[in-house]
Design a protein around this ligand. Sequence first.
Ligand code: PMP
Length: 364
Amino acid sequence: EGLAVECKWARGEGITKECPHIYEKREKKLICDDVTDIVGNTPMVRINSITQSEGIKCEIVAKCEFLNPGGSVKDRIGRRMLLDAEKSGKIKKGDILVEPTSGNTGIGLSMCAAARGYKMIITMPEKMSAEKENTLRGLGAEVVRTPTELPTEHIDSHMGLAYKFTQDLENCHMLDQYSNPSNPMSHYDGTAQEIWDQCEGKIDTIVLGVGTGGTVTGIARFFKDKNPDIKIVGVDPHGSILAEPAELNTHEGSYLVEGVGYDFIPRVLDRCPIDKWYKNNDKDSFHYARRLMKEEGLMVGGSCGGVMWAAIEEAKNMAEGQRMVVILHDSIRNYMTKHLSDDWMYLNGFIEEKNVVENYTPKL
Ligand code: PMP
């Protein structure tokens, strides 16, 4: 409760102060003008088997962000950052856009850039999947891989290099998801508003993963404006430093789940309206991502598994008749050779055995 009160002053500070919030109301078109128009308006679906087998009493519903045209929640910011920059005159057709990304923002931006006539350069740490790189190249982007272990402030990190390109190349702009107000705004006006409408305001708790923090900031500010009692739960992998209080962030070292966690606090992340944090590990994340696919038919990425694991932990404290919303950030398409593959799971020690042909007996 203390947080909810404090967050009243935090709203309007920082990002919103720099950029007054211009509400974007989108009309529904029968025929869309280009791919930017088909971003958002994703469905919500109830989680059934997992809740039942875990003995959960409350209802859990998932916002299917993996069904965006580029396959993730980040299509929303790719669209909004590009359209806002166009409207303000910062960029014009033919310019070069460069963006440091764990992949999904790159895909969202490259998709919109392809449709609206911009050149795209993506800087992305080596850890991120080959599937993302191929998708980016397919969308016409130039992709530069950077060493995963370099700290963000290093000039050869994905952020350092992107910044360098804006200095070296003509008409080259970084829309910069880490500091661009259009990032959280796209969720305030879009993701959050849609959830509110789809749930007809009946929501008790929202659980979601945090990377740049744009999604959680936009969603948390929206829901705290509507009803400060709605609980916002952030999920942060061990090895990242985003969770509060800081004592939660004890584990050092790397993690394999993509798109969440950082070694710095992005400017767009407002942690004030976040009521609770869970720290999660790779194994639980990948197992829950596979469970979402096998038991619910939802074909999602590893960060969604982390969210679902935390959601089940949190839901153990919730009563019948309450409703929890989880965000499913991206799709399995990014991870066809990663956690979808038994070989990869086995090699990384996340499963004890993989299928062997010798002496095979069907398990069904
Ligand atoms: N999950 C995945 C797979 C992502 O790519 C991202 C974006 N980096 C997130 C979660 C978190 O979103 P945000 O950057 O808005 O915090």
